[in-house]
Design a protein around this ligand. Structure first.
Ligand code: NAX
Length: 325
């Protein structure tokens, strides 16, 4: 049996974690031969609810779970962690402006970035799910001087999966027939789901659908999917978000076999995107790391939409500049 690895999850009493933790514990993220120690972080008022989730985890008697730690101290939660999934975030409350939300989360993610830097394993892989995910990841990264920016990522895999499902349905094929999809930019309504490099059962996606469908239907549907789920369910996406987090981490560790996926990563300036934003790019994962797929031709429509989401991320960054060392 392998030695257990430490997986830290924040917001562990919340609804995404209620799906995520059980799937991690079942081995779906790191494999069915990898024992784990779960290190769960919550704010103090939610520790009792967290204890309820932990009681249920215990009641599953998962063979892979060696130990479960529950805490409201980030320094304990991130101690020696090899994987940190930052789900917990401050939701928008009544009367809160977007800038207030950015600011409140910036406080949380600067503290957590520092705690990860001070305590986690030096090769830790960090995934930020809590919104605004890209800018939260940037703040955590900039507050983690002992780690490399490439160790911090933001989740756009849910958007990626949503886009695959929409395209497959439209073309009458299965999700697994779609490859080469890209989410560019921010996990927000400005994200750009791009099918120009996509194939569906080996055929170029752009041969199978009209441009008008892409612009008027596909892009807004993917951009607004989160809101549509809230409207239908009365709650935000949870199981699909947990699924995307599992896939993001699993692919980062195990690789994508040459396949392209979308990850929010620290921009090095490629594709003309400002360096130092956390921006979703097409990546290939191999050997425990990811690299951006370079040199894809970008048409005028794509260029315009990539710019738009970049502008939003620059504004978000500007809004939290005081917390960026
Ligand atoms: P919930 O409100 O159910 O759970 C969030 C949990 O985080 C709560 O239990 C809360 O006590 C905890 N928390 C708050 N501040 C914390 C802190 N400083 N340290 C530790 N825990 C803290 O939200 P849930 O539905 O689970 O969603 C969590 C986050 O994911 C939200 O920010 C949400 O907007 C975001 N999402 C991101 C997605 C993505 O694709 N990147 C998609 C799904 C989701 O909307």
């Amino acid at each position: 049996m392998k030695a257990p690895v430490r997986v830290a999850v924040t917001g562990a009493a919340g609804q995404i974690s209620y799906s995520l933790l059980f799937r991690i514990a079942a081995g779906e993220m790191l494999g069915e031969d990898q024992p784990i120690i779960l290190q769960l972080l919550e704010i103090s008022p939610a520790l009792e609810a967290l204890n309820g989730t932990v009681m249920e985890l215990e009641d599953c008697a998962f063979p892979l779970v060696s130990k479960i730690i529950q805490t409201d101290d980030p320094n304990i939660a991130f101690k020696d962690a090899e994987f940190c999934i930052l789900v917990g975030a401050r939701p928008r409350g009544p009367g809160m402006e977007r800038s207030d939300l950015l600011e409140a989360n910036a406080q949380i993610f600067s503290i957590q970035g520092k705690a990860i830097s001070d305590n986690a394993d030096s090769n830790v892989k960090v995934l930020v799910v809590g919104n605004p995910a890209n800018t939260n990841a940037l703040i955590a990264c900039r507050n983690a001087p002992n780690l490399k920016p490439s160790q911090f990522t933001a989740m756009t895999r849910l958007d990626h999966n949503r886009a695959i499902a929409q395209l497959a349905q439209k073309c009458g094929y299965h999700n697994s027939d779609v490859s080469g999809l890209i989410i560019w930019g921010n996990h927000s309504a400005t994200q750009y789901p791009d099918i120009h490099h996509c194939t569906v059962a080996g055929q170029p996606a752009t041969d199978l659908v009209e441009v008008s469908w892409i612009v008027e239907n596909f892009i807004p549907t993917v951009q607004q999917r989160g809101a549509a789920i809230i409207k239908a369910r009365g709650l935000s996406s949870a199981a699909s978000a947990a699924n995307a987090a599992i896939e993001h981490m699993r692919d980062w560790v195990n690789g994508t076999n040459g396949g392209m996926v979308s990850m929010g990563i620290y921009s090095d300036g490629c594709y003309g995107v400002e360096e130092g934003l956390v921006f979703s790019f097409p990546v290939i994962c191999e050997g425990g790391s990811y690299s951006v797929v370079q040199g894809l031709p970008i048409n005028d429509l794509s260029q315009k939409l990539i710019k738009k989401t970049e502008v939003e991320l620059k504004e978000e960054k500007e809004g939290v500049s005081a917390l960026l060392p």
